[in-house]
Design a protein around this ligand. Structure first.
Ligand code: ADP
Ligand code: ZN
Length: 720
C-alpha cells in the first residue's frame, strides 16, 4: 500500500500520514485535500524521511481526498520552508501557509465575479446607498471587497446588484500577463555600472548560487545596473523576483521598468484584490509570470523557473516581518537563491553592517558603484547646532534652514524637509491638569492629526476626534500640542514663507498608487516647492530640481537607545540626503541636531561613511551584537496582564544554563501594551557558536500555557 506524509496547514498539528487511493498519482510537493475528523484540510505531500513520522498502522490510515489542480511546490521551495521554520523557530505549517497564501487560488474555478457601477440609479435612493455609490466610483472588485471599501454590508450591495446599479464582470484568473521584452530598450551603462552588470549577468548564465552586495551611492544607477541581469534571465526564459520595500510606492520603479522592458511587471503585495492575487499566484506557478515585483511575502511564491533575485534597498527595516513568522526577507532571499541554485543581489547605498561583514569575509561578492551617474556630485552636508542657532520661540526650524528654502524658492528649485513623525504633534497634554492622551490599547501617546482633526494611535489604528476640552478636568482651551510632527513643520514653513507651496508626504497622504503618482507628477511639474515628509520620501524618488534637504531632528532616532539606533540614523539621513542634487544642479543638506559631536552625525557631515562603519563595528564587537554575536528574543503576550506576567515568569524560571549564552528578563517589552495585548520579553545574547534555535526550541517545548497566551520567537530581532 502507498503511504504518504503530509504537512497540513494547521499549526497545532504535526505531520500526518495518509493512504493514497487506487489510481491517484501523488508525489512530494503536491497540494492535497486531506480528511481530518469530519472536515477536509489542505496539506502538502512531503518527503516522508524529512518529517517526523506517525505511528498510525497502515490499515488505519484514511485516504487522501484529492489532488488540487495546481503545480506541485518545487523541492527548492520545500527546502526554503523547512529552513525558514527551523531558523526562525516557527512551525512548518505557518511557513507553508505563506507559500499557499492565495488560499482560494488552489481550488475552485479560475474565474471570479467582480462588480462595478453601471451608472444606473436605484429605485429608492437612501443616504447609505448614496454614500456607498460614491465610495465605489471607479472600483471593481468582489462583493466582499467592495463592502470593505464602501464600509457597508454585503447585503446593501446585493440590493444594488438586484437593482442594476452594480453589474457583474467575470474575471479570468488564468489570463496570462503580457510578456516583457528584454531588449525593448537598450541603455548605455557607465564603466562601473557595466562591470557590475556583466558580473551579475554572467552569474545568471551560470545558474549557480552566488550572493552579491551591490554597494552604490545614492543616484549611482543601481536599478539600471541590475536591469541587465534581469534582461539576461528573461532571454534565458527564466523568472525574476525583485523585492522592494514599501511596495505601495513603486510608481517610479514601475515606470522605469516599463521603459526598459515594454510592460509592467507582475505585482505581489498584501493589498492586492483577490482576483489579482489569484492571477499572480497561478501565473507564477505556471512559469508564465516573468518578473514579479513584490513585498517580502513574494519570497514564498511557487516560482517554477526562478533565475535571479534582487533585493532593492536591502537595508530597509520593512523587510523584517514583526509578527507571525518573524523573518528577515533580506536573509530569506539569500536562502531561496541558495536552494534554487541562482544568483541574488542585495542593492543598497547604506548596507546593513551584517551585509557589509558578509562581503568583507568573502561570503558575498561586492560590486561597487562609487559615484553618481552622469557626473552629478554627492550633496554638501552641513550641520546646524540647535543649541547655538535656536529656532524662534515655538518653532522648530533654524533661520539658516528657512533661508536655504527661500533661496530655492527664488531659483524655482525644490526643498525636502525630513521628520520621521506623522501627524501634527506626537503628544497632546492638558496645561491645566497635566492629562496626557494615551491609546487604550497600546503603551503609546495618541498623535494629533490636525488635517483630519483626530487623535490617532500609530500602532493599532485607534482614533478619536480631537476634543475641545480636557476629558479629565473639563477645562476648555487647555490642550497643548507638544513637539513637532510633519504637519506642524508644514504649518511653520507656510507661516514663515507664505509664498511656498508645501506638501506633506506621508503614508496618510500617499496611501494609494494613484495619489503617489499624482504627487510625483506634481513635483515633476514644479507645482510643489517644499515637501515635508517621513521616511516614505527617503528612498526611490528622483527629483532633479530638488536641491535642498533639511533634516529637522537628527537626534530623534538616537534617543531610543537600542543598539541599532546609530545605524538606523545613519541610513535614514544618508538616504534622505541622497535625494538632493540628483540632476545637474548641486545639492545641499542641512542637518539640525543638538549633538553635532555624536559620531554618527559627525561622520554624516564629513561624508565619511568609512568612519561611521568603523565606529559602529567596534561598538557591536564590544557588545557582542550582530554580526559578532547573536540576539534573539521571546515575546510573551496575553490580553490579561497577570496571565502574561505569569507565563513570562514560568518561561524565565525554566531558563537553560548554556555556556556563552546570556538571558535577560523577563521584563515588560518595549511596547508593553500593543493592540490590547500585554507583552513581556526575554532577551538572549549568544556567541555565534551557540546553537541558539535548538536551545530555544527545547526550552519552550517543556512549558505549557493557557490558551490566551502567545509565545513568539524573534531570531535576529531588528532592535535589541
Ligand atoms: P540609485 O537607485 O542608485 O539611487 P537610480 O537607479 O535611481 O540610482 O539612478 C539615478 C538616475 O540616473 C535615474 O534617473 C536613472 O534613470 C539615471 N541613470 C542611471 N544609470 C543610467 C544609465 N546608464 N543611462 C541613463 N540613465 C541612467
Ligand atoms: Zn494603539
Amino acid at each position: 500500500m502507498n503511504r504518504v506524509r503530509c504537512l497540513v496547514l494547521n499549526a497545532a498539528l504535526g505531520p500526518l500520514d495518509y493512504k493514497v487511493p487506487e489510481g491517484m498519482e501523488v508525489g512530494p510537493g503536491h497540494v492535497v485535500e486531506c480528511p481530518l475528523g469530519p472536515r477536509t484540510i489542505i496539506g502538502i505531500v512531503w518527503e516522508s524521511e524529512r518529517l517526523p513520522g506517525t505511528e498510525v498502522p497502515a490499515e488505519k490510515l484514511r485516504p487522501l481526498r484529492s489532488i488540487l489542480p495546481v503545480p506541485p511546490l518545487s523541492a527548492p521551495l520545500r527546502r526554503l520552508i523547512e529552513w525558514t521554520a527551523d531558523y526562525y523557530v516557527a512551525s512548518l505549517s505557518s511557513v507553508a501557509r505563506m507559500a499557499l497564501s492565495s488560499g482560494g487560488a488552489l481550488k475552485g474555478p479560475a474565474t471570479i465575479t467582480e462588480y462595478r457601477l453601471t451608472g444606473g440609479m436605484p429605485e429608492r435612493m437612501t443616504p447609505q446607498r448614496h454614500a456607498a455609490m460614491e465610495a465605489l466610483e471607479g472600483e471593481q472588485a468582489t462583493i466582499r471587497e467592495l463592502a470593505g471599501i464602501a464600509g457597508v454590508s454585503e447585503g446593501v450591495l446585493r440590493g444594488l446588484v438586484n437593482q442594476g446599479v452594480l453589474e457583474p464582470v467575470e474575471v479570468d484568473c488564468d489570463r496570462p500577463f503580457e510578456q516583457a521584452r528584454p531588449d525593448f530598450a537598450q541603455v548605455d551603462l557607465s564603466e562601473s555600472q557595466k562591470i557590475a552588470a556583466d558580473k551579475l549577468s554572467e552569474a545568471v548564465r551560470q545558474k549557480k548560487f552566488a550572493p552579491y552586495l551591490l554597494d552604490g551611492v545614492t543616484g549611482s544607477g543601481k536599478t539600471e545596473t541590475y536591469f541587465e541581469p534581469v534582461a539576461e534571465a528573461l532571454r534565458m526564459g527564466r523568472q525574476v523576483l525583485v523585492l522592494l520595500p514599501e511596495i505601495a510606492l513603486t510608481e517610479n520603479f514601475l515606470h522605469r521598468f516599463e521603459e526598459r522592458f515594454g510592460v509592467t511587471p507582475v505585482l505581489w503585495h498584501s493589498s492586492l484584490k483577490s482576483t489579482q492575487r489569484r492571477r499572480a499566484w497561478r501565473n507564477v506557478a505556471s512559469g508564465d509570470a516573468q518578473v514579479v515585483v513584490g513585498a517580502r511575502s513574494a519570497l514564498f511564491l511557487p516560482f517554477r523557473n526562478l533565475g535571479f533575485i534582487v533585493v532593492d534597498e536591502a537595508h530597509e527595516t520593512s523587510f523584517k516581518q514583526e509578527d507571525g513568522v518573524r523573518y528577515n526577507a533580506r536573509d530569506v532571499a539569500v536562502m531561496r537563491a541558495h536552494f534554487e541554485g541562482i544568483p541574488v543581489v542585495l542593492a543598497s547605498a547604506t548596507p546593513a553592517l551584517e551585509s557589509l561583514q558578509m562581503a568583507e569575509s568573502g561570503v558575498y561578492a561586492k560590486l561597487d558603484l562609487p559615484s553618481r551617474f552622469g557626473g552629478a556630485e554627492l550633496p554638501e552636508i552641513d550641520t546646524i547646532d540647535l543649541t547655538e542657532e535656536k529656532p524662534p520661540h515655538g518653532m522648530w526650524l533654524a533661520q539658516r534652514l528657512i533661508d536655504g528654502i527661500a533661496e530655492r524658492l527664488e531659483r524655482k528649485e525644490q526643498s525636502l524637509l525630513f521628520l520621521n513623525r506623522r501627524g501634527y504633534a506626537p503628544l497632546t497634554l492638558c496645561r491645566n491638569c497635566g492629562f496626557r492622551f494615551q491609546c487604550p490599547n497600546c503603551s503609546a501617546w495618541l498623535v494629533e492629526h490636525r488635517f483630519t482633526r483626530r487623535l490617532a494611535c500609530h500602532h493599532c489604528g485607534h482614533e478619536t476626534p480631537s476634543p475641545a476640552a480636557c476629558p479629565e478636568c473639563g477645562e476648555p482651551d487647555c490642550l497643548v500640542a507638544c513637539g513637532p510632527g510633519v504637519e506642524r513643520i508644514a504649518d511653520e514653513v507656510a507661516e514663515r514663507l507664505p509664498d511656498a507651496r508645501v506638501f506633506v508626504a506621508t503614508s496618510d497622504t500617499l496611501n494609494s498608487p494613484g495619489r503617489a503618482a499624482e504627487f510625483i507628477a506634481q513635483v515633476e511639474a514644479g507645482a510643489i516647492d517644499v515637501i515635508v515628509g517621513t521616511q516614505l520620501v527617503t528612498k526611490g524618488f528622483h527629483f532633479p530640481e530638488l536641491t535642498l534637504v533639511g533634516v529637522v531632528d537628527a537626534d530623534l532616532g538616537l534617543e531610543g537607545g537600542d543598539l541599532r539606533a546609530g545605524e538606523r540614523t545613519y541610513q535614514q539621513v544618508a538616504q534622505v540626503a541622497g535625494r538632493a542634487g540628483r540632476g545637474s544642479k548641486p545639492g545641499e543638506v542641512l542637518i539640525q541636531t543638538r549633538h553635532p559631536e555624536a559620531s554618527v552625525i559627525a561622520a554624516l557631515a564629513a561624508g565619511d561613511r568609512h568612519a561611521f562603519y568603523e565606529a559602529e563595528t567596534e561598538m557591536r564587537r564590544e557588545a557582542g551584537a550582530p554580526p559578532f554575536g547573536r540576539w534573539a528574543s521571546i515575546i510573551i503576550s496575553s490580553e490579561d496582564e497577570a496571565e502574561a506576567r505569569e507565563a513570562a515568569r514560568r518561561i524565565g524560571d525554566a531558563r537553560p544554563e548554556v555556556p556563552d549564552l546570556m538571558i535577560l528578563g523577563p521584563a515588560p517589552a518595549p511596547m508593553a501594551l500593543l493592540r490590547g495585548r500585554y507583552r513581556y520579553r526575554l532577551l538572549m545574547n549568544a556567541r555565534r557558536s551557540v546553537q541558539l534555535q535548538d536551545v530555544i526550541r527545547r526550552w519552550l517545548s517543556s512549558i505549557d500555557h493557557p490558551p490566551g497566551v502567545r509565545v513568539g520567537v524573534d531570531v535576529d530581532p531588528y532592535s535589541f
